[in-house]
Design a binder for this molecule. Structure first.
Ligand code: NAP
Length: 289
């Protein structure tokens, strides 16, 4: 199939090769053009504009945030032919997903929201967990493509933005767990217990989920660079979760706390560090750093 792929950051650069390897004809575009080089080297075509990448049966976007998606939107909308499909993988707001649905429908185009769970190494293996939503016709075309890049694709109905709400909810839980792990590690470390021992014990007993194992290992190793999932992006996600909660009139007091912790990192010039650098704050607050 003729596919466009817009956005070759940490995630896009890991996902797009799987579409090329599956035999699709992939045209790639990224704002910083040099990030397309490795894709071109394995057989993708370099698109000069989002318009050109959009001239396809299906176009993926994997961009940082709402502003990034909005910056390519007009170009993408005019490149994608009527009947064409846009699959949005980015973590964007519920409100923008609703606007995208309307904009594509007005041009006779299809839209599926399919935000993903999993860090870049998971993406590179084609093992993302994907929440998808869209019309039955759009999903029928999107699912075979999503199954190339993900190990699980769960459909959440025919309103695309429902998938974004699921994604923001999941990230709210991920950031909660990260903050809690950071505080827990600081507590045991100050009390003289080895952090790695605590993690091994907890994750082999009550807390055996990947989120505890993987994020916990990063916290123990104090390896925050290069970021797999940057704190700045997590701050954006908590803001989007708060906006969705406000629109639905759902109080989320923990969300406010997490935004305050993340903004300390971002405002201190550490937003480029991995989300697990939240544990640095807990260590510093405990005078361990
Ligand atoms: P990233 O490495 O920061 O890449 C961001 C991408 O967006 C780059 O291609 C960047 O282009 C582009 N971009 C940013 N602002 C732009 C603008 N104004 N106009 C055009 N392009 C712009 O981020 P990522 O980790 O790949 O994340 C991408 C999305 O996936 C985000 O929504 C994130 O929340 C979500 N996500 C991330 C993870 C993870 O673990 N990293 C997991 C699941 C979901 P340049 O290269 O030119 O800067």
């Amino acid at each position: 199939m003729k596919i466009g792929f817009i956005g070759l950051g940490n995630m896009g650069a890991a996902i797009a090769p799987n579409l090329v390897k599956a035999g699709h004809e992939v045209a790639v575009w990224n704002r910083s053009p040099e990030k397309a080089d490795s894709l071109v080297a394995i057989g993708a075509r370099r698109a000069a504009t989002p318009y050109e990448a959009g001239q396809a049966e299906a176009v993926f976007t994997m961009l940082a945030d709402d502003a990034a998606v909005e910056s390519v939107l007009e170009s993408l909308l005019s490149g994608l032919p009527a009947g064409g499909l846009h699959i949005s993988l980015s973590t964007i707001s519920v409100a923008l997903a609703d606007r995208l649905s309307e904009a594509h429908a007005a041009r006779g185009q299809h839209f599926v929201s399919a935000p993903v769970f999993g860090r870049p190494p998971v993406a590179a293996e084609g093992k993302l967990f994907i929440a998808a939503a869209g019309s039955e016709a759009a999903l029928a075309r999107a699912l075979p493509l999503l199954e190339i890049i993900g190990q699980t694709v769960r459909v959440f109905g025919d309103t695309p933005s429902a998938a974004n709400l699921v994604k923001l909810t999941g990230n709210f839980l991920i950031v909660n767990v990260t903050e809690a792990l950071g505080e827990a590690m600081a507590l045991v470390a100050k009390g003289g217990v080895d952090k790695a021992d605590l993690l091994e014990f907890l994750t082999s007993t009550l807390f055996s989920a990947p989120i505890y194992r993987n994020y916990g290992a990063l916290i123990v190793a104090e390896r925050f660079e290069p970021a797999g999932f940057a704190a700045g992006l997590a701050a954006k996600d908590m803001r989007l979760a708060a906006e969705a909660a406000q629109a639905l009139e759902v109080p989320m007091p923990l969300n406010a706390l997490l935004r305050e912790r993340l903004s300390r990192l971002v405002e201190g010039g550490e937003g480029h560090l991995d989300l697990t650098a939240l544990s640095l704050l807990a260590m510093r607050d405990a005078h361990l750093k």
